[in-house]
Design a binder for this molecule. Structure first.
Ligand SMILES: [Zn+2]
Length: 315
């Protein structure tokens, strides 16, 4: 079992996200920003969360400036993670997003207790919901993307590591089914530690379910574009994230199935530098194209134009 330690931006508590063994590297760089006030501001009544420290260049950045720059460090270009709704705001034309199935709630059907803490999964769900304001780790719906109607799904890594349980599988399947009915292409942005082990086999079944749904979309000759951001791993990589007609990676993103430590232990070989980065995946054919965050919307629009084989409005 591997654990990913992340910082909870709201209250600075350590949150331990457990993922299935091998679904993500335990030596992957921590990428969630540490929110703190600049040292000179401490104790002067400044509201918390105004400033963020960049993980890469360690510069203290004004949060508003970071948000205006689509969460890319203005000093060094480092990519901070985005919440699902931030990503939707970035891709959808203003006021066009309509959410599907926001009220499907996850259930602790196995009465799962974490190990060794023995904390119920049901409690963990409640705290994740409170922390993120989401009911589950994926937001789905439809929107217009530079005037093109699309079905859109975005995983939120802040909710239980973006892990795929029954609700995520169901919401992705419904998104695809609705998109078929409405003859819309589908765009899914993935960020996930993999299948949600707290739901056991029920989470693994979602790999088949989502893959079957994407297969059905393909039979209806509707395009599916997968965008993989940091990190995309485990059962999400092994299902819908890799099934795009075009698979896009964000620069520097971790994209892989099992983590490098698990692979090294299995094959007893040292892995090459940069292994499982988006760039490495591009070089080895796992990813079709890497697109910088600022260019993503325009690139999706262009690709959809080609794939829908009909002219789309010029931007
Ligand atoms: Zn930086």
């Amino acid at each position: 079992m591997l654990k990913i330690k992340t910082e909870n931006p709201e209250n600075k508590e350590k949150v331990v996200v457990q993922t299935p063994a091998g679904s993500i590297a335990d030596n992957t760089q921590p990428v969630v920003p540490v929110q703190q006030q600049p040292p000179q501001q401490q104790g002067k009544g400044m509201p918390d969360g105004l400033w963020v420290k960049c993980k890469k260049c360690e510069e203290i950045i004004y949060n508003k400036e970071l948000e205006d720059n689509l969460k890319v460090c203005p000093k060094c270009g480092y990519y901070f993670r985005m919440k699902a709704h931030e990503r939707i705001k970035m891709l959808a034309d203003e006021g066009t997003f309509k959410e599907y199935d926001p009220d499907i709630m996850p259930v602790d059907i196995l009465n799962f207790l974490s190990y060794p803490e023995k904390k119920p999964y049901a409690d963990k769900l409640k705290s994740e919901q409170k922390k993120t304001g989401l009911n589950e780790a994926v937001v789905t719906g439809e929107c217009e993307l530079s005037g093109v109607k699309v079905g859109i799904g975005v995983l939120d890594f802040y909710f239980q590591g973006g892990s795929m349980g029954s609700v995520m599988g169901e919401k992705i399947a419904r998104l695809v089914e609705k998109s078929i009915l409405k003859k819309m292409p589908v765009v899914i942005v993935s960020a996930s530690g993999g299948a949600r082990m707290q739901e056991g086999i029920l989470s693994l079944m979602q790999m088949a379910k989502t893959s079957a749904a994407i297969g059905n979309l393909s039979r209806h000759k509707l395009p599916y574009i997968s965008v993989m951001v940091d990190p995309t791993s485990g059962g999400v990589t092994a299902s819908f994230a890799m099934l795009g007609d075009v698979n896009i990676g964000e620069p520097g993103a971790f994209i892989g199935f099992a983590g490098p430590v698990v692979i090294e232990q299995t094959i007893r070989q040292k892995l090459p530098p940069g292994f499982q980065s988006a760039e490495f995946s591009l070089e080895h054919g796992l990813v079709d194209i890497i697109i910088p965050r600022k260019e993503l919307k325009a690139a999706l629009h262009r690709l959809l134009g080609y794939m829908l084989a009909k002219p789309v409005a010029k931007q």
